[in-house]
Design a protein around this ligand. Sequence first.
Ligand code: 5GP
Length: 203
Amino acid sequence: MNKSKTSNRGPASPGLLVILSAPSGCGKTTIVDRLLKRHPQWMRSISVTTRLPREGEVDGTDYFFVTDEALKKMDSRGELLESARVFDYYYGTPKKFVEEQLKQSKIVIMTIDVQGTAKIKASVGTLLPMMTIFVLPPSVKVLRERLESRKTEGPEAIEKRIVIAQDEIKEAGWYDFTVVNQNLDQTITEMEGFIDQVQKRKE
Ligand code: 5GP
């Protein structure tokens, strides 16, 4: 069932910003890809990052890969909704795209870290219609296995990501919803349920 269909009982409901945080290795890319496949009218906010593309990542699809200077310039011009240093790189959310999509009553999904979520909540939390979802791994052991199996980071980087993941997980409590990504289909169903619930509350 298409849960994002606009009601024909009245004017289109305003859009909804769905902020998703998930420690590295929790399956956020797969989750978002699946949600967008099931709901092609939902939009994904593409972040800018100073990190290099991983194998298979495409500029303008996965991220906008930019230099430190370019990201700083965007930030100083007020073009980012938030920006944060994550691991050894900077990441930021372009503001214009999100605002335009929300104006068109779209559901916009963004995957950002805990710091970015806190910044958006503090700055525009009462101005933009939004909800936050934290995706938890079934266990730290599973998280480690996932990070190791994707072979994109070496042992040192994996250890760093696990330490950061454990810190991030401590913040899950202040998110509107949490979901344990044990089984992808079930995770998707639960997330669609959360989004549906918030959409209905707005009607
Ligand atoms: P990765 O480099 O593995 O794609 O992402 C590393 C972390 O950066 C993830 O937690 C991801 O959610 C976060 N991230 C990606 N884009 C943004 C962004 O625009 N802002 C913030 N604050 N974090 C981001």
